[in-house]
Design a protein around this ligand. Structure first.
Ligand SMILES: C[S@@+](CC[C@H](N)C(=O)[O-])C[C@H]1O[C@@H](n2cnc3c(N)ncnc32)[C@H](O)[C@@H]1O
Length: 407
């Protein structure tokens, strides 16, 4: 087999089959960790199983990667920290394996999403709440008949006063009325599981934007006319309504929560909205994380619709490595300093011998320098060849798993 330059440089790669995550144990040798799964080894259905696809999120690692390193380096009953928790992949996988987990993120939406994914639900009550919110919205927006399950139909509202230029710009009037009606129902209703309803609202709002289908990740400008769609290879119309998405994602959300409930354990999950450079962290056994990368993604901006609709606190000025700051030499140095601060903070609450596992798309080779500055023992670098085919992009890239140990 021909190794790529990247694989040769790192040296840890063996010519064997990609590893089966569920078969990994603390005794699995590091050089058996072939992480180069193909689409056939790990079809999308498995990568996005249960709550992992509760809401789109750009820049997450796949659950199987988290699973491999949790199985290899952590034990049932230990606590793993993810200081860049994002959409909560580490938390969900740790919980499945009976490992306690604590996550931090600077993005309020990501924290909300993590809460919604990892909460424990009374499934009967949840189903009632999800359908109740949907039916009240249906009535408020005059979508069909009222269901008998509602005792008090809500008064019809006219949401003509919209407090956000973003919302006025990115939604057709009817779609916006439906989203605002749902928001009103959720925020004024007596629901226990509001966070999950907010996630349904956000996911629907993402789909209902006036965005070409091939630009859902990086929308450039509102699309008000029919357009040639590169994704579907035909002329598509911009969407004018949101209720169909609220309906679709309500059903899908219930299914995903039910599926996760079957494999959920009693392991503790905690999530905090804070800057990991300065947060007061509790004691943990080790870290598994994928940091933001320098100049790559604006994490708040990718969910702008959620910030506007849910009126979430915006701390984007504290994002490390934000895309808008670019990848100049200065930006890289600031990035290195920031990542060092986060990991120093994490190392201070870990025992000696604890593992710090970092997944990064390190094309500027900044992480070896970060390890030296931190004084950790570099144990291994495992390169993963990632194939991506989404939207109009068809690119390949590598991510590296750095395995470090606290001396
Ligand atoms: C690559 S993503 C993590 C993705 C995660 N592994 C997943 O599977 O969803 C990096 C995350 O770091 C967060 N972040 C950036 N700066 C931060 C800071 N100063 N403190 C805490 N989190 C921060 C971003 O909001 C983003 O969610």
């Amino acid at each position: 087999m021909r190794l790529t330059n990247e694989e040769q440089r790192v040296g840890i790669y063996v010519d064997n089959q990609p590893i089966r995550p569920e078969g990994v144990t603390p005794d699995t040798p590091l050089n058996a960790l072939n992480l180069n799964w193909t689409e056939r080894d790990l079809p999308e259905r498995l990568r996005t199983r249960h709550v992992h696809r509760l809401h789109p999120y750009l820049g997450k690692f796949i659950p199987q990667l988290a699973e491999v390193f949790l199985r290899k380096f952590f034990r049932v009953g230990q606590t793993v920290l993810d200081p860049f928790v994002g959409s909560g992949t580490t938390l969900v996988q740790a919980n499945e394996l009976g490992i306690h987990s604590i996550g931090y993120d600077i993005s309020a939406f990501n924290v909300l999403l993590c809460h919604a994914k990892t909460a424990r639900y009374d499934l009967t009550k949840l189903k009632h709440e999800v359908y109740d919110a949907l039916e009240r919205t249906r009535i408020a927006t005059q979508h069909g008949e009222q269901l008998s399950l509602l005792e008090e139909p809500p008064a019809l509202q006219n949401y003509s006063v919209v407090d956000s230029d973003y919302l006025r710009e990115w939604y057709a009037p009817c779609a916006l009325q439906e989203l605002l009606a749902y928001r009103e129902v959720v925020e004024t209703g007596d629901y226990e599981y509001k966070n999950l309803l907010r996630v349904i609202l956000s996911r629907s709002a993402r789909s209902a934007r006036l965005t070409p289908h091939y630009e859902l990740d990086f929308p450039k400008a509102p699309q008000r006319e029919p357009y040639y769609c590169y994704k579907h290879r035909r002329v598509c119309e911009p969407t004018t309504e949101a209720f169909k998405f609220l309906e679709r994602y309500s059903i899908d959300t219930l299914r995903r929560i039910r599926e996760f409930a079957r494999v959920r354990t009693d392991a503790r999950v905690e999530v905090y909205h804070a800057d990991s450079r300065t947060a007061a962290l509790p004691p943990v056994d080790g870290v598994l994380t994928s940091p933001p990368y320098v100049g790559l993604i604006d994490y708040h901006a990718q969910h702008a619709y959620a910030y506007h609709l849910l009126q979430l606190q915006d701390l984007s000025n504290l994002e490390i490595g934000a895309a808008r700051n670019g990848a100049s030499e200065r930006a890289k140095q600031e990035y290195v300093d920031d990542i060092v601060r986060v990991f120093r903070n994490a190392l201070s609450v870990m025992p000696s011998g604890g593992w710090l596992i970092v997944v990064a798309n390190d094309k500027h080779r900044l992480y070896p320098q970060i390890a030296t500055t931190l004084g950790v023992e570099p144990h291994a670098e495992i390169v993963r060849h990632v194939n991506r085919r989404t939207g109009r992009r068809s690119t390949e890239f590598f991510e590296t798993v750095f395995v470090w140990r606290k001396p």
